[in-house]
Design a protein around this ligand. Structure first.
Ligand code: KIV
Ligand code: ZN
Length: 512
């Protein structure tokens, strides 16, 4: 029997550190439930000490999500470790993941600590984590730019202090596969010392596009845990993509000789959920989950596919959860709509169901056919409305090449209906300006993207915006056939998140 490879997913921690992602605890919980369905082995649910919001999300995931080990990140400082434990202790199986930088540039320039101080902090940090749980991971941050002898000595000390997993981060995505194998071979042979059962793990960033290759190469060096994030999201160019690792192991078992527990049929659903909630679109040609990953364009390829799917496909689309689309039409009634939601395992209570059905009829009239993706967008839209402080009731825009673009928006807040107007460089700009007046907060638009999600002139477009306020970014998203209307809804979505943060901080200050 081959060895087990542990899939450690950090979508909710490292993935969430990507610029512009701001998930609330309900959204994080939804992703964690889906990761459990995908059967990853470890969910790094967040960095509990980094904010009250993260602490709450990690605690809720630890209490409610069953199956995977639930981990929290912590620096080698007592408060971080105590907060991590307070959050993960509710889980059936928990882990504290402590890290400390070992590279000269991080120690000298960032931490301003000597190597001796770094060594001491690791011994104390790991021992403190170990006093809480027998599942402790240690990561020497920026390991691939560290002096290997020092990094290995720190790892040995971490094992002596009780670490059960040694994770070797290529924090800045600098390593090449052969270098990474060489380094991990040394960790495997020289650092486990006091405990032969210590698991060696990879954590690779994608700055040179080598994250997946580096992670997979390390299996030959004895690594038995790979860390990744769904859709490869994360700091800068992102992390190793969890779904690519899973499919590489399943498709090329002959090469890797390790086993994983993942349910591959949940991959596409997980990717879509993460994309929807983070506002990060999936690149069309992204391996495994891109919308073109199983599309065949040229005549020769299509001819081959008609004869035998395997002429041009190494994976079965159904194996990763690309299933045939549920299509509803404008004549579909409540029963058909309810049946489609049931098949997608979506449960809506009475009022939400009615609201979603209303929106479905409205869209079906405009579009004719409604796909599974459209249905998800409808459900998303209707369920986000409840948490809004300010709701967009209606809008009117005017533009063209002979008039100054203008917009007026009608919004509802605490039972009041108010109207605001503004002019802009274009219709979207004018709409955003009117909405900013409605919210009365100083948020700056820093990113705006429109991507078609279905095909044809009546296609649904996914609109993603990111606004920045007080040094934090808030993402908003909507899906619509109307780009101006959809942009307004995405902007409202982001502004609501920013406004909620202002209220949370004000309440916090008043209580303090
Ligand atoms: O990239 C990195 O070094 C990290 C560590 C905190 C594990 O994310
Ligand atoms: Zn990282």
């Amino acid at each position: 029997m081959s060895d087990k490879l542990i899939i450690f997913d950090t979508t909710l921690r490292d993935g969430e550190q990507a610029p512009g992602i701001a998930l609330n605890s309900d959204e994080k919980l939804a992703i964690a439930f889906q990761l459990a369905k995908l059967r990853v082995d470890v969910i790094e649910a967040g960095f509990a000490a980094s904010s009250d919001g993260d602490f709450e999300a990690v605690s809720r995931i630890a209490k409610e999500v069953k199956g995977p080990v639930i981990a929290s990140l912590a620096r080698c400082v007592p408060n971080d470790i105590d907060r991590a434990w307070d959050a993960v202790r509710h889980a059936d199986r928990n882990r504290i993941h402590v890290f400390q930088s070992t590279s000269p540039i991080h120690m000298e320039r960032m931490l301003r600590m000597t190597p001796e101080e770094v060594m001491q902090s690791v011994k104390e940090g790991v021992a403190r984590a170990r006093s809480y749980t027998d599942n402790v991971e240690f990561s020497p941050q920026d390991a691939t730019r560290s002096d290997p002898d020092f990094m290995l000595a720190v790892c040995r000390a971490a094992v002596e202090a009780g670490a059960t997993t040694l994770n070797i981060p290529d924090t800045v995505g600098y390593a090449t596969p052969s270098e990474y194998v060489e380094l991990l071979t040394r960790v495997y042979t020289e650092a486990r010392g006091a405990n032969e059962d210590v698991i060696i793990s990879t954590h690779c960033h994608n700055d040179l596009g080598l994250a997946v290759a580096n992670s997979l190469s390390a299996i030959a060096a004895g690594a038995r845990q790979i860390e990744g994030a769904i859709n490869g999201i994360g700091e800068r160019a992102g992390n190793t993509s969890t779904e690519e690792i899973i499919m590489a192991i399943r498709t090329r078992e002959d090469q890797f000789g390790v086993e994983i527990s993942a349910d591959t049929t949940e991959i596409v659903e997980t990717s879509r959920l993460v994309s929807r909630l983070t506002g990060y679109p999936v690149q069309f040609n992204k391996a495994v989950v891109g919308r073109n990953a199983f599309a065949h364009e040229s005549g020769i390829h299509q001819h081959g596919m008609l004869r035998d799917r395997e002429t041009y496909e190494i994976m079965d689309p159904a194996a990763v959860g690309h299933v045939s689309q549920i299509v509803l039409g404008k004549h579909s009634g409540r029963a058909g709509f309810a049946d489609a939601l049931r098949k997608m395992e979506i449960v809506l209570e009475d009022e939400d169901f009615e609201r979603a059905f209303e929106r479905f009829k409205e869209l079906a009239d405009r579009k004719g056919e409604i796909s599974e993706e459209d249905l998800r967008a409808i459900v998303d839209y209707t369920s986000s409305k409840d948490s809004e402080l300010i709701h967009l009731v209606s809008m009117h825009v005017a533009g063209g090449n002979e008039v100054t673009p203008q917009a007026s928006v009608k919004v509802e807040t605490r039972g009041l209906t108010l109207e605001y107007e503004a002019e802009g460089d274009g219709m979207v700009h004018a709409t955003f300006a009117a909405l900013k007046k409605a919210f009365g907060i100083d948020a700056r638009l820093v990113d705006y993207r429109v991507v078609p999600v279905t095909r044809g002139a009546d296609a649904m477009a996914e609109i993603n915006v990111v606004v920045q306020m007080g040094g934090r970014a808030y993402a908003g998203r909507s899906v619509d056939t109307d780009v101006v209307g959809g942009s307004a809804r995405a902007f409202v979505n982001a502004l609501n998140k920013a406004a909620q943060q202002v209220i949370a901080e004000t309440v916090g200050e008043v209580q303090a």
